[in-house]
Design a protein around this ligand. Sequence first.
Ligand code: AKG
Length: 264
Amino acid sequence: MSITSLNYLTTEQVDQFQRNGFLVIEDLLHQEELKTLGQRTDSIAAGKLPNIPQTSVQLEPIFRSGENTIVDQVLSVRKLYDIAVYDDRMWQHVKHPKIVAVITDLLGVADIKMYGDQLFMKAPDTGSAQAWHQDSASWRDIFPMDLVTAWTAIDQSSIENGCLHFIPGTHRWGMLRGEQLANFVPDFGHSPWPIVPVELRPGSVSFHHSLTLHMSEANLSNQRRRGYAVHYMRASSWKDCSVTDAPKMPPFKQVFGRSFEGRV
Ligand SMILES: O=C(O)CCC(=O)C(=O)O
């Protein structure tokens, strides 16, 4: 499949994303693709791929602090990040034609770079929660604040094992940090700010805007919940180097289309 035009999604799907700040596409990946992705994930978490630096592996807090002893390395990892720049299999996923087609439609441009990637392992019993946040509140050196994440369910993602939850329309609120956000959190779940849990079958992908508020609960179930989040931006984005407290990222790789002099 090749992508040459911005018309993979229907107008209704693009409208839905623009209205809610997120969109679900069920069964985007074939089961075979998913199987190799899941196997690669576990090999990286197990430390079997020497080209992935240890700095890309973050353990769950209870293992980091020594409160729990590591019995199974793979099930002790909280997340793997910045892995696609080191690993061809993960990069293949970043460039997946269907995912890139959705991203170009949602951003409305064909020139795309990867901002970064994070693989949330969310192991049974120990997978920790992710509090309410907007991604651009961390990536506050990238402008415009109009990035899109493709979150691929490697396992079934359910309310029980900590699926993503979104608050529709919050991508139109602008950036909220610290007290600006904390002030609203008690209102979430009540009108006019419903919380929408997004349960996904393995191989389905949810897409969210970088200002959409989202969170996930701890995994208290006995089922794994791995999700691979790839963050895409316009190749014409600008990085404000005077912002010093944003994450330090590897060089941004071109995913599709053109690059622009003086931009990311
Ligand atoms: O997978 C999770 O639990 C958190 C994901 C997330 O925050 C993101 O993809 O931006």
